[in-house]
Design a protein around this ligand. Structure first.
Ligand SMILES: [Zn+2]
Length: 47
């Protein structure tokens, strides 16, 4: 998925992607909170 801030997050599977996104959000967007459903909603296949 592409974060609105421009960072590309790539995970090997749904769980890895959610984890990766949550880590990115925690460090880069500490003021924002996304649920797993919201992250998956933003996620787009990148191939
Ligand atoms: Zn970001």
């Amino acid at each position: 998925m592409d974060c609105p801030c421009g960072v590309r997050l790539i995970g090997a599977g749904e769980d890895a992607l959610v984890l990766e996104a949550q880590q990115h959000l925690a460090t880069a967007h500490a003021e924002l909170e996304y649920t797993r459903a919201e992250i998956l909603f933003m996620a787009r296949p990148t191939r």
